[in-house]
Ligand binder design. Sequence first.
Ligand SMILES: [Zn+2]
Length: 83
Amino acid sequence: MPSPKRFIAGAVCPRCAEMDKITMHTTDDDDQVRECVACGFTDAVSEQPKPEVAELETRVNKRANTDDHTVQQVVFFKAGQED
Ligand SMILES: [Zn+2]
């Protein structure tokens, strides 16, 4: 059955390397197709999920957490005196 497009959390486009831009949907022929909304990249996916895909998502999720920590490390500096 055809399914609506849904985003794959943490997935990175193999072409433009944008994160969270990959959608996955199933065609009338029961083929799974992933598509990047950022650059238009499309890729047909076989019925059996590839192990390397899951591994990629895990790695991406870890990297996203690291980014969060980086954002919280705000560097403060003294403003110039204006007397
Ligand atoms: Zn892309």
